[in-house]
Design a protein around this ligand. Structure first.
Ligand code: ADP
Length: 397
């Protein structure tokens, strides 16, 4: 049995798989409001159990989740746990692939806390908690940044004084790497291609959104940067804006830089522009009903994705492009958003097949017409399965 952990700043998602192939999810759940009060939801065998339990930190969350797995008889004893895989947001520049967690790796995660202050601390505490409770169990970490370690300096440097990078590690790191890796692996398998031959533009459009240009199987560039705030407009994040706005708004509103940055992270994007919601479902419904601000938000969101797709296609050899892929909550589910994005690409003759775009699907589907110059797909991503697959390298079972 394998446990996959995904720690947020105040939450901890988990999935329990019965084998390394990940065919069956035995249980999954979420501990949330960690550090506030605490709520745990566990889904298994078609039921959903909710418990309000105080959780002061991620360590308590891990203990409670393990207790619940025992209490609900999802596992009989800790001996059944063969390995634990954790998603870690930031691995800095040192980590280029998934790794077995040891003291050195924990130090690197710790060192990267200043680069990902909201996410890395929770992940580290959870990893340590598992180590305390089940010290003999193999723990593997998969990093959101590692897939992007192939990006060249021309792409990852910002045009700022060099010592910002050399002394302060200011560079593009990129995120959503586990999802991009999964899509590449899956796309290569389905199309019987060698991973190193893949040339794709992948749009991971969820609450957090980014685009990745995959050239010869490697991340060539991606829209998120030093932090996940850069690039596309998102649910509550602004994406790229003129950095001068920050100082201007500090002066205008007499708030400090961290407050303005928080507003760019939590009160901007779809939510900020529409004043309706950060959720794309609400935005599309409101826009359909004629809400002007929701319409503008939808147009802005789709325009920005279209522009990045064009820019990234330009990095690829036009004869070798395998496709444009939409994934994550919005990319997988919103035919309206997919159609709008493609409609906004004028430079290249792309054609969506409306019927295919709307049709239900399980894991993936092609949504372009035969005449489209590039194939377009919707793919369901699965970060937990990718992490499970990363564990496979280090275990026999
Ligand atoms: P994250 O993992 O970044 O929190 P998700 O990948 O779960 O985000 O995506 C969440 C987004 O997906 C939300 O904006 C939600 O509205 C959108 N979404 C989910 N289902 C649909 C749907 N059927 N139509 C449009 N948007 C959807």
């Amino acid at each position: 049995m394998f446990i996959i952990i995904n720690s947020g700043s105040s939450s901890l998602k988990f999935k329990v798989f019965d084998n390394i192939e990940g065919k069956t999810t035995i249980a999954e759940g979420l501990a949330e409001r960690i550090g506030v009060d605490g709520k745990v939801v566990i889904k298994y065998q078609g039921q959903s159990i909710t418990a309000e339990i105080e959780m002061k930190n991620h360590e308590m969350a891990v203990k409670i989740i393990l207790d619940q797995l025992l209490d609900l008889k999802i596992i009989k004893s800790y001996d059944e746990i063969k390995a634990i895989g954790s998603r870690v947001v930031h691995g800095g520049e040192e980590i280029k692939e998934s790794v077995i967690i040891d003291e050195k790796v924990k130090d690197i995660i710790k060192k990267s806390v200043k680069l990902a202050p909201l996410h890395n601390p929770g992940a580290l505490v959870a990893i340590q908690a598992f180590e305390n409770i089940v010290p003999k169990v193999l723990q593997v970490a998969s990093f959101d940044t590692s897939f992007h370690q192939t990006i060249a300096a021309e792409q990852y440097l910002y045009p700022v004084p060099n010592n910002w990078y050399e002394q302060h590690q200011v560079r593009k790191y990129g995120f959503h790497g586990i999802s991009y890796q999964y899509i590449c692996k899956y796309f290569a398998e389905i199309n019987q291609k060698k991973p190193q031959d893949l040339n794709l533009v992948i749009c991971h459009l969820g609450n957090g959104s980014s685009v990745c240009c995959v050239k010869n199987g490697k991340s060539f560039d991606t829209t998120m940067g030093f932090t996940p705030l850069d690039g596309l407009m998102m649910g509550t994040r602004s994406g790229s804006v003129d950095p001068s706005i920050i100082e201007y708004m500090i002066k205008e509103t007499k708030q400090d830089a961290s407050k303005i940055t928080e507003m760019l992270n939590k009160q901007s994007g779809l939510l900020g522009v529409s004043e309706v919601s950060s959720d794309m479902r609400d935005i599309t419904i409101a826009a359909e009903k004629g809400d002007k601000k929701a319409k503008i938000a939808l147009e802005m969101y789709t325009q920005r994705v279209a522009q990045w797709i064009v820019q990234y296609l330009n990095n690829l050899d036009s004869k070798k492009i395998d496709g444009i892929i939409f994934t994550a909550g919005i990319g997988e589910n919103s035919h309206v958003v997919r159609a709008k994005i493609i409609e906004k690409i004028k430079l290249i003759p792309l054609e969506i097949d409306d019927e295919k775009n709307i049709a239900p699907y399980s894991d993936f589907k092609k949504i372009s017409k035969k005449g489209s110059s590039i194939n377009i797909f919707a793919f369901r991503t699965d970060e937990e399965k990718m992490i499970l697959n990363d564990i496979k390298k280090y275990t026999k079972n």
